[in-house]
Design a protein around this ligand. Sequence first.
Ligand code: HEM
Length: 460
Amino acid sequence: MNQSESNGSEQAEAALRRLAQDCERREARKAFFGFGSEIAGKLTELAPFSNEIAEDLVEGLYKHILSFAGPAKFLSEPGLIERLRRIQKEYFLTLTGGDYEEEYFHSRLRIGLSHQYVQLPAAWYLGAYCWYACHILEKLKDRSEGIPPEFAESLEAFLRVVFLDISLAMDAYITTRDSLIEEKNIELKEALNQLDAYSKTLEKQVAERTRELECRVVELQEANRTIQDTRDELVRTERLAAIGTLAAGLAHEVRNPLNSAAIQLTLLQRQFQKAASADLGRSQDICGIIRKELDRLERLVRSFLDFARPSQISKTKTLVSEFVDGIVSLIRPMVYKNGIQLHFNDQSGKSYARLDVDKMHQAILNLVNNAIEATDDGGELSLDVSVKDSVLQVRISDTGVGIPAKELDHVFEIFHSTKAAGTGLGLPIAQRVVHMHGGTLKIESEHQVGTTCVIRLPTS
Ligand code: HEM
């Protein structure tokens, strides 16, 4: 018996117990069956008679049951008949036991339940009762002399037909109940199917909504990142603007004494030449060093002013291939001078892009300059250009020393330079120009392997 069956049997037994306990219903039933105290008294008087015939009767009952294939197959379990004979005899004796109250009712209801469990058809069960009734009558007839045979035969005939009718009535009850249960089962199955379908739809909807939400989360994260980038950019721009204003003034002030120092140096050199002193060579060397330093200072101030001055871009429709050719003609001499091999690959075809050519030239030259400085004689520099999905991509890669990982995060910071003669402004200027075009500049590098700079610009 599985869990749900055992729960079901417990419920059935509890229901039978309640039925047996209900005194009012018990009495109502007994009254309807004409079962009063007189009948109970009469039955009790018959107890010795029952004792006398019990063995024979039970023997006869099982002989009868076993002679019919249908009911016999319910008794095929080994040892069952012996056990049932004993139980059956006890049962029979309680018919005249004198107690017809709660315990009696309960034991009868339980017997019915046991047969229901073994699924004994009601007809066999009632047939056995009929057999009892007729054989008790038989025994009574033998015992009571003077009963007219006619009377006993008529009673037996009535008993048989009444039991037959009871069995048919029970069949009608059971069949109706079964078909009702079957109908309810079908309805239940349909409801379950609908529920199943509904739950599947619900599952699908939940999955769809989850997917939508996940997409929204990704969009929001993206938007958040953009806001963060914009905020960073704003802070950067504000900081740069402040530095720019300060530094532009300073640079302007530095430039005047610088120019005047350069002029004074020229005059000094001329005077040295006129004086034709013995130390002329040495003096010229010193002057040369001072001039180189002054030039460097001048260069630094110029790039700084370029960077600091708030500038605007003026974009024009430009044939990309022409723009790139311009760059190549500028860088080719520098590359060859340094013994570097140049690979140039332009896939832009006849595409156009809106560019501030001068500023973009400057930006790319800054990147190429870095590449040349990082690459030894015999190294390689590649310039790849393409236009796809309205995006112009310029890729500059070198086989130079590369940038150590810890430096990569700082390469766009102003005045951050690892080169002795670097201004620390080349990359920030390049990045600013690219940003002004609405594009991006990414740098990937592997130390001692090389560096790749990728500029991506919208063509419109
Ligand atoms: C006058 C009619 C019958 C009476 C009074 C009767 C009485 C009983 C009683 C008292 C039990 C023991 C129930 C329990 O303690 O749970 C029982 C069990 C049983 N009866 Fe009957 N019986 C009748 C008819 C039949 C018939 C006609 C058959 C088969 C054709 C049958 C087959 C069984 C079987 C198989 C069990 C064993 C149930 C189990 O596995 O516990 N009975 N019966």
